[in-house]
Design a protein around this ligand. Structure first.
Ligand code: BDR
Ligand code: CA
Length: 311
């Protein structure tokens, strides 16, 4: 079983990623760290608790991370995800509460207490918590097996600015620290996720499932799709974050390349842009596995199968 920690800012697509992890016997979820991203961290932590409660997993704990990006003021994506960041279903206030321990401290403690290179960190929000951990205790963070991060864009244009993807843009300094840390990083950018839309057919297949989680997922993705339909004229919202878990479960569904990726941290025009040296024209060191394509039908089948196994 792959041991993972998910650092997340739910987010309807974050919720589906977490549900897929919970449904997969190949994955052992050690905990959730809440990030400041789509909405402030207090709200993302509450949303994470709601997901665990839906899935009846009170054994998994939620840890609040940093309340703001490293150097810049926080932004949010309520225009996409709604007031709560996870609009769609009406979910009760969870009994499950976040732990008192800080998310960065949970990450460092967990890494120290497990064998080296046995834990994967999946980041599906801005990378502030991981970057903070790298500043606090780089040697402990080096015990990670790998980082799998949803973030960045290259051949696909940005979704929060013309140049940048939301997670990279929200904390570009954190993304730059992570990419220059020497950790093995796989990036799942918009190049991949914009080809994985929750189309009407897929939404309909989801509506046929009977569990509480599947129902909530259906309501969340119905909400998400409205934005992309109005804004882009697409048939449905991209399922960004579940691609990270999909990569862990079925890497054969993806293609990518080991490349150098740098993040713009200064220019007001292109802040958060990920510059990918796809053709190795610079000789800069390789620091990431950058994914470019996914077999969307197969990945959707995996998600549907996972959701059908949850309560
Ligand atoms: C990313 O931004 C967030 O709004 C989504 O949850 C996803 O992690 C996509 O750019
Ligand atoms: Ca997210």
């Amino acid at each position: 079983r792959q041991k993972i920690i998910i650092d997340t800012d739910p987010g309807q697509d974050d919720a589906i990623a977490i549900m897929l992890a919970l449904a997969s016997p190949q994955i052992e979820l050690l905990g959730l760290i809440a990030a400041t991203g789509n909405v402030p961290v207090t709200q993302t932590a509450e949303n994470a608790c709601k997901i665990l409660e839906l899935a009846q997993r009170p054994d998994i704990k939620v840890y609040k991370g940093c309340p703001r990006p490293m150097r810049r003021p926080p932004i949010n994506a309520q225009h996409v995800h709604g007031q709560t960041g996870m609009d769609g279903p009406t979910l009760p206030t969870p009994k499950h509460q976040p732990e008192a321990q800080h998310g960065v401290s949970f990450l460092l403690e967990t890494l120290a207490n497990h064998p080296e290179h046995s834990i994967t960190l999946v980041t599906i929000g801005p990378m502030t918590n991981l970057a903070t951990a790298l500043i606090q205790a780089p040697d402990v963070v080096k015990r990670l097996k790998q980082v799998v991060a949803m973030g960045g864009a290259w051949s696909e244009t940005g979704n929060i600015s013309p140049a940048a993807e939301f997670n990279a843009f929200a904390d570009p300094d954190a993304a730059a620290i992570v990419l220059n840390s020497g950790l093995p990083v796989t990036l799942v950018p918009l190049d991949v996720t914009h080809s994985f839309l929750i189309t009407t057919d897929r939404l309909q297949a989801l509506s046929a499932l009977s569990g509480t989680c599947a129902r909530a997922a259906y309501e969340m993705l119905t909400f998400s799709s409205r934005f992309d339909l109005e804004k882009y004229g697409w048939s449905g919202a991209p399922l960004h974050d579940p691609c990270t878990i999909g990569w862990l479960l079925a890497p054969q569904l993806f293609t990518g390349r080991n490349v150098n990726v740098e993040v713009e941290v200064a220019s007001p025009l292109t802040l958060g842009a990920t510059v990918v040296d796809w053709w190795n024209v610079t000789n800069r060191p390789i620091n990431a596995h950058f994914l470019r394509t996914v077999d969307a039908d197969q990945l959707w089948a995996l998600i549907l199968d996972g959701l059908s196994r949850l309560p």
